[in-house]
Design a protein around this ligand. Structure first.
Ligand code: NAD
Length: 433
């Protein structure tokens, strides 16, 4: 099939690589010229483990190409996938749909033959309808359907999730568009559950799923707070809960709060959609507020370890919102660092992939270490803020010698508590007495 993908970011790029590797002819379109030039020069614009090899292979095979021209990508496409950003609107905090609507206006003129316009961006209920109206108005003769094709990939596992999705959800309102989607996903036949639903249902499934996962994280964080007072241990509690198949073990890792480009904005958008329809989504609202407060409180916990030290020097391990990605959008680490510097602390941070993106935000407000070891030098405390597994194998016996004070705030419960205590560290973790 001929596929055009508009928006070549964390969703568009892995999807493009994935569909191209299945033998489709894919053109990835982006209006960001720097991004497209880099991709044309065989340089990846984001980090995802394992992506580079497949990227080179699909480009070399001629199945994947890049352009800034909507016309070039959309003409002759069987499917046009929208994968542009839907960030929170600066004022209303609802999903900002300007990029979706712009893309709809741009693509309308170049549709040729019957085309499915599939929306992979996360958008409020009713957006598919609006996109349909925009295209009809711009090009009354176009033969097309607008469907909702929500994306559930996890950053850090984007390609794995592309090839092994838990489910494929498509909100189609015509048999023709359903057939196109069945052909597109034919390689997944018998391996993955395909769910064809109303367009509004597909749009809702994405938000309802993300809000549920965010609530699960917030729930385990509240239980962690309870454990800290009651003498229980959150890791033991989470394990015991997760063995119940009705609950499941995933998303039960207590930590500094959820972040990333999806959960914060999608929970807010869902709560606001509820208000629009007169429904009080109180659980989601509490989750949003509780999570914000938690990130603020995490900075206090770190500073609490070093008490009244003016200009304390804090080493930070991790900037990405989770391991496996270079994405710092709404990262708890970034929010916690912002709080720390606001309160007068000096921060030196290290991340395996996300330093460049963090530099764009903090510029010279913090120092950037080239190695994980470097953040320990002269630090009054070190905080673990992203769960990169490689932090577990640092030589803490040696690192203890580099620190001003031997204190570690492990807000991801990543490190070996008994080993660190044996080495004489004052060690703080989440959810234990
Ligand atoms: P992103 O910011 O990484 O990428 C979006 C890209 O779209 C940018 O490169 C931007 O330049 C481009 N763009 C915007 N308007 C354009 C236009 N008119 N023409 C061409 N290009 C245009 O965003 P993302 O993280 O890939 O997210 C995309 C959507 O997918 C969002 O709605 C998001 O909520 C959803 N989503 C994201 C994830 C994730 O893990 N990041 C997972 C599932 C769903």
């Amino acid at each position: 099939m001929k596929i055009a993908i508009i928006g070549t970011g964390y969703v568009g790029l892995p999807s493009g690589i994935g569909f191209a590797s299945l033998g489709n002819d894919v053109v990835c379109i982006d209006k960001d010229e720097t991004k497209v030039s880099a991709l044309k020069e065989n340089k990846l614009t984001l980090y995802e483990e394992g992506m580079e090899a497949l990227f080179f292979k699909t480009v070399e095979s001629g199945k994947l190409s890049f352009t800034t021209s909507v016309k070039e990508g959309v003409e002759n496409a069987d499917i046009v996938i929208l994968a542009v950003g839907t960030p929170p609107h600066p004022q209303t905090k609802e999903a900002d749909l300007r990029y979706i609507y712009e893309a709809a206006e741009e693509l309308a003129l170049y549709l040729t033959g019957y085309t499915v316009v599939a929306n992979k961006s996360t958008v409020p209920v009713g957006t598919g309808q609006k996109v349909e109206e925009i295209i009809k108005e711009k090009n009354p003769n176009a033969d097309f359907d607008v469907i909702s094709l929500p994306e559930f990939l996890r950053e850090g596992y984007a390609l794995y999730d592309f090839f092994h999705p838990d489910r494929i959800v498509a909100g189609c309102n015509s048999e023709r568009s359903e057939n196109v989607i069945r052909t597109l996903y034919a390689p997944f036949d018998g391996k993955t559950q395909m769910l064809f639903v109303k367009r509004q249902s597909a749009e809702t499934i994405k938000y309802a799923s993300n809000a549920f996962l965010a609530m699960k994280i917030h729930y385990i964080n509240e239980i962690a707070d309870f454990c800290e007072k009651s003498g229980a241990d959150i890791d033991e509690v989470a394990k015991g809960m997760g063995l119940d198949k009705r609950i499941g073990e995933k998303f039960l890792n207590a930590g500094p709060g959820f972040g990333g480009s999806c959960f914060p904005k999608d929970t807010t958008a869902m709560a606001l959609m509820g208000e629009k329809y007169g429904v009080d989504l109180s659980l989601i609202k509490q989750t949003i507020e509780g999570n914000k407060a938690r990130k603020e409180e995490m900075a206090e916990r770190i500073l609490g370890m070093i008490k009244d030290l003016p200009n304390a020097k804090i080493g930070v391990l991790g900037l990405a919102f989770k391991n496996g990605t270079d994405d710092v959008r709404e990262s708890p680490a970034m929010d916690i660092i912002a709080s720390l510097i606001e309160k007068g602390a000096r921060v030196k941070a290290f991340d395996y992939q996300a330093t460049k993106n963090a530099q764009k935000v903090f510029e010279d407000k913090i120092e950037y270490a080239l190695t994980a070891e470097d953040v320990f030098k002269g630090a009054d405390a070190v905080a673990v803020l992203t769960e990169w597994p490689a932090f577990q194998s640092l030589d803490f016996e040696h690192l203890a010698l580099l620190m001003n004070k031997k204190k570690i705030a492990d807000l991801r419960n990543l490190l070996n508590a008994s080993e660190l205590k044996k080495l004489g560290f004052e060690y703080l973790r989440i959810g234990s007495f």
